[in-house]
Design a protein around this ligand. Sequence first.
Ligand SMILES: [Cu+2]
Length: 132
Amino acid sequence: MKKYLLSTMIAATVLLFAACNSGGSKSNAGTAQTETKASAGTEHHDEHAVLEVQGLCEMCKGKIEAAAKSVEGVSVAVWDLDKKEIHLHFNPQQTNIDAISKAIAGVGYDTGRDKAEQATYDALPACCKYRG
Ligand SMILES: [Cu+2]
């Protein structure tokens, strides 16, 4: 009985190997590829962009990033104090660089595309007054 079981197992293993070597592995790979394509089709591709934004301190950074993230579709907004630029990831089906730029200018910070209104700028704390 034990011997029969063993030989059955060996036969099954050999069969499995044969299946894998002929077509079996190929059809497996094909299935995996189709799955990847299907999920890529339903996901959107975030657009990456860098926008020039003026500012002076960590407080500016907080406000600039919050303004950018308040725009629906923005997933990443990181402002670099030294470079005076913000790194953005956003869903191009929901928003665009123009809308994000206007949102940042709207809280008082000049961008490479939009200038903040004087009244909004004047309302910034003294430490954040970046205009010369
Ligand atoms: Cu500041």
